[in-house]
Design a binder for this molecule. Structure first.
Ligand code: C5P
Length: 200
């Protein structure tokens, strides 16, 4: 039987870390759906049409350096297009339905992609805390960024993701909200595992 965990939230809230830990704990597969939009954004940066790129997306397109700040911005721009989003729905739903359980993290998993998910989490934190975490991650990965630019990037993506007409970023009515602003990684992971364990 399938069991789907939907984990949504804004950029750099800790969704990725929490999702990987939940998947490992329960032995579920994990899909970071932001990578789909990043891969389409990266193709558009190379001159492709966004809708065509989304329709032709292949597993190998999800490899490579999709974490660069420019790619994140390109991803959030293509993610506004309903046709791009529509082209990515089937793949995400098929992943969610796989036997053995699945964790999907993104912006619209609990609201649009998997409204029937058995467990829904909305992982968030203040923009300042998220920007600080993302700044350290990007520096460690060798990207040349400033704290101010990273905070501006986070706020710009938050605004675009929350204000778009199709599948905006927002917690599903039945999602459990975890604010990680004042939590360690271990605390956030433990809170998420407890929510999923209760539904299991
Ligand atoms: O999660 P990540 O920061 O990698 O996502 C990059 C961008 O892709 C987000 O800013 C958002 O615009 C878009 N996205 C989305 N829906 C998802 C996942 C990501 O619109 N389910």
């Amino acid at each position: 039987m399938s069991f789907t965990v939907a984990i949504d939230g804004p950029a750099a809230a800790g969704k990725g870390t929490v999702s990987r830990a939940v998947a490992a704990h329960f032995g579920f597969a994990h899909l970071d759906t932001g990578l789909l939009y990043r891969a389409v954004g990266a193709k558009v940066m190379e001159g492709a049409d966004a809708v065509e790129a989304a329709q032709a997306l292949m597993a190998e397109d999800l490899e490579g350096d999709l974490r660069a700040p420019g790619v994140a911005q390109a991803a959030s721009r293509v993610a506004v297009d309903p046709q791009v989003r529509a082209a990515l729905v089937d793949f995400q739903r098929a992943f969610a339905a796989r036997a053995g359980g699945a964790v999907l993290d993104g912006r619209d998993i609990g609201t649009v992609i998997c409204p029937e998910a058995q467990a829904k989490l909305f992982v968030t934190a203040s923009a300042e805390v998220r920007a600080g975490r993302r700044y350290r991650e990007l520096c460690e990965a060798g990207h040349e960024v400033t704290p101010e630019a990273v905070l501006a990037d986070v706020k710009e993506r938050d605004a675009r993701d929350s204000e778009r007409a199709t599948a905006p970023l927002k917690p599903a009515g039945d999602a459990v909200v975890i604010d990680t602003s004042e939590m360690s990684i271990d605390e956030a992971v433990a809170a998420a595992i407890a929510v999923v364990a209760e539904k299991r």
